[in-house]
Design a protein around this ligand. Structure first.
Ligand SMILES: Cc1cc2nc3c(=O)[nH]c(=O)nc-3n(C[C@H](O)[C@H](O)[C@H](O)COP(=O)(O)OP(=O)(O)OC[C@H]3O[C@@H](n4cnc5c(N)ncnc54)[C@H](O)[C@@H]3O)c2cc1C
Length: 420
């Protein structure tokens, strides 16, 4: 009989197992079951292989970045917040951290792999056992009390408590395939519909933009003709007709829900956010004067835009690239300035879970105690991580959610055992 079985070896599960084992002073029996060949496969590819472990923003600013479930998340965050996590990584895990732009925190080594290895080693040194190639198929429950788990191999394991930490359904090749949602559902929990969040969008722009990176632009998300969100930063065209990059991912959560609701979704990009419309019109005038009136529009646009965008913007503004810039009428200059301040295009769709950084939706928070992360339906069952209906922006927030909920779930699962 195990004191605790944790299902899933991502950051949430490793944290839960390590904390539970540490809480029991290394005297308990804590087992983590991971279906892949090693734990934390997803963590190893986070932050483009660098792992943005958390964000050092003040508490309220941090919570404001949690798009769904912030109130629920607050007690877990207060028990193990970003500041605590930073100290813990450095002192307990031996992973020195570096602070970067936007409060983002990365390992100094620049290797996500180091974070994953350190987390797994810490869980084991705290007294947890990790078993890989161990896919859990079912929770065993009798009289609304958890009894243990059954592996897909048919093996049964008994436990006083179980933490379900199987992650979301994005990047499923890392092992996060939604098994936990099925187990929670079978245990009587409602699952809020799963949608990709932080996901690239399919957009109606002409070809030839693949690889185009736009820095310091302002992106607006329009839903049914009204601005729903605005973000400043970087975006890119990752493939033909696909827009990604930080600010697109950030607005994607709202875009996905609007698309699912059948609403009209568009993006507009302010390519010159530092200039007012009037200043931009003056700038266009000055460029034309400096270049000479016979210079073709193509060269004028070269002064104002990345090469890949010239013909797209000219077409959108109804200008011919070969026409002399000096012959542009007031109205044409006005049109050009308007497009540069708001190049607008439709969003056709969102990309699938295989390309989503996180999963929105998951185990309904109304059926989970935010103080302990215990199921309100099954005694001895706890939840942690992305499996829950909590998700946040990019910037290190999602890993912190996994760590804080893992901390709370692991500790409360064994605190309950201790009281028995
Ligand atoms: C490409 C990419 C980059 C990202 N970058 C960042 C970043 O820089 N910063 C950030 O904060 N967030 C980032 N994220 C999000 C972050 O990785 C997740 O939010 C986080 O990993 C969730 O942790 P988790 O422990 O809940 O789930 P997961 O990390 O998904 O772990 C769940 C584990 O459960 C295991 N499992 C599933 N089913 C079973 C089963 N039946 N039996 C046994 N084990 C099972 C899986 O194999 C997996 O190892 C990124 C995500 C992706 C895809």
């Amino acid at each position: 009989m195990y004191d605790l079985i944790v299902i899933g070896g991502g950051p949430a599960g490793l944290m839960a197992a390590g904390q539970a084992a540490a809480y029991l002073g290394g005297q308990g029996r804590v087992l983590l079951l991971e279906k892949m060949e090693k734990p934390a496969r997803k963590l190893r590819i986070t932050g483009k292989g660098r792992c943005n472990v958390t964000n050092d923003r003040p508490r309220e600013e941090f919570l404001a970045k949690v798009r769904q479930g912030a109130d629920f998340f607050r007690p877990a965050f207060e028990a193990f917040d970003n500041r605590t996590a930073i100290r813990w990584f450095e002192s307990e895990l031996g992973v020195p951290l570096a602070h970067e732009r936007g409060g983002r925190i990365f390992p100094v080594s620049g290797r996500a792999w180091d974070v994953a290895e350190a987390l797994a080693a810490w869980a084991v040194s705290s007294g947890a056992e990790i078993r890989c190639h161990a896919a859990v198929g079912e929770l065993t429950i009798a009289d609304n009390q958890i009894q243990g788990v059954m592996l897909e191999s048919g093996e049964r394991l008994e436990a006083r408590a179980v933490v379900l930490a199987t992650g979301g359904v994005s990047y499923p090749t890392t092992g996060s395939t939604g098994d936990g949602h099925e187990m929670a559902d079978a245990a009587g929990h409602c699952i809020e519909p799963l949608r990709p969040a932080l996901v690239p969008l399919e957009v109606a722009v002409p070809g030839g933009l693949k690889g185009l990176m736009l820095k310091n632009v302002e992106l607006s998300l329009w839903v049914d003709g009204a601005v729903a969100e605005r973000r400043f930063g970087e975006m890119e065209f990752t493939a033909e007709g696909i827009a990604g990059g930080a600010i697109v991912l950030q607005v994607s959560r709202t875009a996905v829900d609007a698309l699912i609701d059948g609403r009209r979704v568009e993006l507009s990009v302010d390519l010159k956010p530092a200039l007012s419309a009037e200043k931009l019109r003056n700038r266009i005038g000055r460029e034309i004067e400096a270049l000479g009136g016979d210079t073709p529009v193509k060269i004028l646009l070269q002064k104002l835009l990345p090469t890949q965008l010239r013909s797209v913007i000219a077409r959108a503004a109804g200008l011919s690239l070969s026409a002399p810039a000096g012959e542009l009428t007031e109205r044409e200059r006005e049109r050009l300035a308007t497009i540069l301040k708001g190049w607008r295009f439709a969003v056709r769709d969102y990309r699938p879970f295989t390309e989503a950084i996180v999963t929105a939706g998951g185990v309904d928070l109304a059926e989970v105690d935010p103080l302990t992360l215990a199921s309100r339906r099954v005694r001895g069952l706890y939840f942690a991580g992305e499996l829950l209906d909590i998700d946040a922006d990019t910037g290190g927030y999602n890993i912190q959610i996994a760590l804080s909920t893992g901390y709370r779930a692991g500790r409360s699962a064994v605190a309950r055992i201790n009281r028995k």
